[in-house]
Unconditional design. Structure first.
Length: 121
């Protein structure tokens, strides 16, 4: 269902693009080509049709976009994969020590005393 609605939105968007490109903001565009008033669809009716088609397709895209959210595929797991891997690593072997990346405190040991060196003569 998700793919079907996505395809409908894509088709409606392409039609919306074509209809908007046909229109001219100054009242020209496709409507300006009809100079005769004896046409079946006169200039005014053409612009009315294009405007209604634009609003209709825009509304259709908005409604389909809202409806498609109900059909978004969701993951079956409730945890992230990283958290799941950490939990598995901890439960596999409890004696395993996490790697030290230099952030842990090193054990305090007394420094070994180096033998006294005599200066070279």
């Amino acid at each position: 269902m998700y793919v079907f609605i996505s395809i409908l939105i894509l088709i409606a968007s392409l039609l919306l693009i074509l209809i908007v490109l046909i229109q001219n903001s100054k009242g020209g565009g496709l409507a300006s080509g009809f100079s005769s008033s004896n046409q079946i669809m006169g200039v005014r009716k053409t612009t009315d049709f294009l405007e209604k088609a634009t609003w209709g397709l825009a509304g259709f895209v908005i409604v389909c976009s809202i409806v498609i959210t109900a059909f978004i595929p969701r993951a079956t797991t409730t945890q992230s994969e990283i958290k799941q891997q950490v939990n598995e690593a901890v439960t596999i072997d409890p004696n395993t020590v996490a790697p030290n990346f230099g952030t842990a405190q090193q054990p305090a040991t007394a420094p070994e005393e180096a033998p006294a060196e005599t200066p070279a003569e």
